[in-house]
Design a protein. Structure first.
Length: 393
């Protein structure tokens, strides 16, 4: 049995229950299939709760230790310096991880390798600890860690350094792997192992009672994700001007919350745009089921899990043609890619989708081809190689 130490700031906790859920879903399928895991998921340190710092204050309530799905998770704190901390964060994070590992070792814990998620700062900090504790390392690229952060000179150099420490440099889609090669990651260390979808959690339900529950009678569009600029919720709201017969539900929380609500009011579509806030998986499954289409207007995504979650519930998607998204949306049953990331582009794609709407059962069957089975098998093979010092190339 392999003992894996997972290191990532992207992991769900009792406060941020959708945060990094894709990492947890991957690990759940690996755990006890020839591998056991312990997670170190550091959390930014913040001294007190204050209504003036709402986004940071909620971090205070995250416990130092959690047990989720039979997996032990530790949440040591690390220092984050707003505005100027980007270059220092990997070092503060590395210290936090180092101290937690030392505490675990003192309690008799042992591990065979480190599995890190997100290259910067997480992967860089994990690489520092891999060298200190003389353990093999794998790092998985998730999205902005490769398609945005390497645009900055020093972070790019640290990412390339970490990739040389790692035995495996993994990506969740081919588009990210190609970007990794472009910035200087050695090709023979790279592998693509995509995210899957939990077909038991995200599954078709009887729609009509749920639509009554959520008070939906018109065609419903759904937008899911953090309320930040790059997710493109504002573009979908603007598109609503040309979609008078549609409703839009926006699911998520974030710094753009008030800005998006104000935009809906300014455009006069506030009666057809409902802000749901952050929800748990049971409610999210209901929302996917009552929606007629999921719309994703991001300008950057590695592998957008919301696409497969919606499809698994039988709901087709309209999405921007960026990064790994074309690797997810490959058939009419899945939905459509937008010609351009503009309100007009979304309107065109949405109208085209509804003019030739796919059978929802076909959409579900398409999603079933993205189960976790293939990825789980691939990861177990790689990790067996990393622990035996015979890496797969």
């Amino acid at each position: 049995m392999l003992n894996c130490l997972v290191v990532t700031t992207l992991y769900p906790n009792k406060i941020q229950f959708r945060h990094g859920v894709f990492v947890e879903n991957r690990l759940k399928r690996l755990n006890n299939q020839g591998l056991t895991a312990t997670v170190i998921a550091p959390v930014p340190w913040f001294p007190v709760k204050s209504r003036f710092f709402a986004s940071y204050s909620k971090l205070v309530d995250i416990p130092a230790y959690e047990l989720r799905e039979g997996i032990e998770i530790y949440h040591p704190r690390y220092l984050v310096i707003p505005k100027i901390g980007m270059l220092f964060t990997p070092f503060f994070l590395a210290i936090s991880i180092y101290r937690q590992i030392k505490r675990l070792l003192a309690q008799g814990y042992t591990f065979d390798f480190i599995d890190a998620h997100y290259y910067y700062p997480d992967g860089v900090a994990a690489a520092m600890n891999a060298l200190v504790f003389k353990k093999p390392l794998s790092i998985t690229a998730r999205g902005t860690d490769i398609n945005l952060i390497p645009n900055f000179n020093l972070p790019r150099k640290m990412i390339i350094w970490a990739s040389k420490v790692a035995t495996y440099n993994l990506a969740v889609c081919e588009a990210l792997r190609q970007k990794m090669l472009e910035i200087g990651v050695e090709e023979n260390t790279t592998h693509v192992l995509r995210n899957g979808v939990d077909l038991q959690v995200f599954t078709p339900l009887v729609r009509e009672p749920l639509r009554e529950k959520w008070q939906v009678s018109a065609k419903l569009l759904l937008s899911v994700g953090y309320l930040i600029e790059r997710k493109g919720h504002h573009i979908i709201i603007e598109a609503m001007l040309e979609l008078p017969d549609y409703l839009l539900f926006i699911v998520g929380d974030g710094e753009w919350s008030e800005k998006l609500k104000n935009l809906a009011e300014q455009l006069g579509v506030q009666d057809r745009v409902r802000f749901i806030g952050e929800v748990g998986q049971p409610e999210l499954t209901e929302l996917y089921n009552i929606a007629d289409a999921l719309v994703l207007a991001s300008d950057r995504e590695g592998w957008a899990n919301v696409l497969l979650e919606a499809m698994a519930c039988g709901t087709p998607v309209v999405a921007t043609n960026i990064w790994g998204t074309p690797e997810v949306v490959q058939a009419p049953a899945a939905g459509l890619l937008c010609r351009e990331r503009t309100p007009a582009g979304l309107v065109e794609a949405i109208k085209q989708l509804f003019a030739s709407y796919p059978d929802r059962a076909e959409t579900r069957r398409y999603a079933e081809t993205f189960s976790w089975d293939e990825t789980t098998t691939g990861l177990l093979s790689l990790f067996a190689g990393i622990s035996s010092n015979k890496p797969v190339r």
